[in-house]
Ligand binder design. Structure first.
Ligand SMILES: Cc1ncc(COP(=O)(O)O)c(C=O)c1O
Length: 397
């Protein structure tokens, strides 16, 4: 006999991105090569400046840093936001353990247990886990893959507001859809926030990855949302440094930042050495980022050239991040993904996608969908798309 764990502990959802990994492990053990399009782990090298900064570190003790953050990191982020036209004072930026901790902090700060946060779906699957940790109810607003996951109008959005709604959470460019929000969609979010007295949690971890001459826009661009917007940010994707675990929460709202600081003090500090390295990466961004963005655009085009040959797959071309949601002509996308790993290969090679239903809070949605992350080099992507096409043709379901 052992003691029972909490109901909360039981309720944590498995990550749809990782839960099929044992099938991939078995496929590999059986001698197959697996092309991983299931996880947003970029293969692009981290900026050399990041590692140079670590090599230059000369302290003999890796000590706690201040809860307010390492000065050079905070100043680097301040300067970076300035380039985006956003003015934050140093005390309005607090380093976190990746974007993940920033999101958890924001949820804890804006909502009481049982309060609601509106979020367009599909959404980044780990929001469900963070919401459980914070005791927050996510209220999904449906969007359609066939309509590029456009946000609905203000009139539609406001139907999701209840007396318990505290915030709307947006993510542009989006994981899993790749959507970059247009000005009119952000206007609807703005009106919702102003007319219903809500916070706007803005997850912008893919800010740099926008193609086709489009522009990333942040709700923080609106002067009248200044005290409502909470920016949730990270170096994980922008500087291909997911393992550094460095991000930040930033807001012009002093009460929010006061609360964030007390939370930050409770868990002491974000990774110190990695903040120093992150500051160096921010300083190197002008040389580093343009070829990286161009590489992701090339990869997206490679994926969509492959998809164009699969007429039964619906997927409008997204303009940002490095993901797309595919509507597949299969009975159940998860079964199809498992079948690809267990029963299909082309010359000993197969492909792994992430099942779509885990990106929805509405039961039954996303069953026919899968997320593709284009985090491989173009030749591998070309092979992956060919394998996917042949797999779809051969799949019995
Ligand atoms: C939309 C989105 N937000 C936040 C995160 C969290 O990233 P990290 O904690 O590594 O910064 C991710 C990671 O994939 C993401 O896709």
């Amino acid at each position: 006999m052992s003691p029972a764990i909490s109901e909360r502990g039981k309720a944590f959802p498995p990550s749809p991105i990782r839960k099929l990994v044992p099938y991939a492990d078995r496929a590999r053990a059986a001698g197959k090569r697996v092309l991983h399009l299931n996880i947003g782990q970029p293969d692009i090298p981290t900026p050399p400046a990041f590692f140079d900064a670590i090599r230059r570190y000369e302290e003999t003790v890796l000590a706690y840093g201040p809860s307010t953050g390492m000065k050079e990191y905070v100043l680097a982020v301040q300067e970076y936001y300035r380039q985006w036209g956003l003015e934050f004072e140093p005390q309005e930026i607090i380093p976190t353990f990746g974007g993940s901790e920033a999101i958890i902090m924001a949820m804890l700060i804006v909502a009481e247990t049982g309060d609601e946060i509106i979020v367009p779906e599909p959404f980044y699957t780990n929001y469900r886990c963070f919401a459980l940790m914070a005791g927050v109810q996510l209220v999904p607003v449906p969007t359609e893959v066939s309509q590029c996951c456009r946000l609905p109008s203000y009139e539609e959005l406001r139907k999701f507001v209840t007396p318990r709604t505290r915030a709307i959470m947006i993510n542009t460019p989006n994981n899993p859809t790749g959507r970059v929000l247009e000005l009119d969609e952000l206007e609807a979010v703005r009106r919702l926030a102003l007319e219903h007295d809500l916070f706007v949690l803005s997850d912008e971890v893919y800010r740099e990855f926008v193609f086709d001459g489009k522009r990333h826009r942040s709700p923080a661009d609106f002067a009248d949302l200044r005290s409502r917007v909470i920016m949730l940010d990270s170096i994980s994707k922008v500087f291909s440094s997911c393992g550094a675990r460095v991000g930040c929460i930033a807001s012009k709202n002093a009460e929010v930042m006061n609360s964030a600081l007390r939370l930050a003090q409770g868990r002491l500090c974000a990774p110190t050495l990695e903040q120093i390295a992150a500051a160096a990466a921010y300083r190197a961004r002008r040389e580093y980022l343009p070829p990286v963005v161009e590489e992701y655009r090339r990869r997206r085009d490679e994926v969509f050239a492959g998809l164009a040959e699969m007429r039964e797959v619906t997927c409008p071309m997204p303009s940002g991040a490095f993901y797309a949601m595919l509507d597949l002509p299969v009975d159940d996308a998860e079964k199809f993904i498992v079948w690809m790993l267990t029963s299909f290969d082309v010359n000993g090679e197969t492909v792994m996608l992430a099942p779509g239903d885990g990106f929805y809070a509405t039961p039954g949605k996303g069953v026919h969908e899968a997320r593709i992350a284009y985090v491989l080099e173009p030749p591998k992507l070309r092979r992956a798309m060919s394998i996917l096409r042949q797999g779809l043709a051969a799949y019995p379901g």
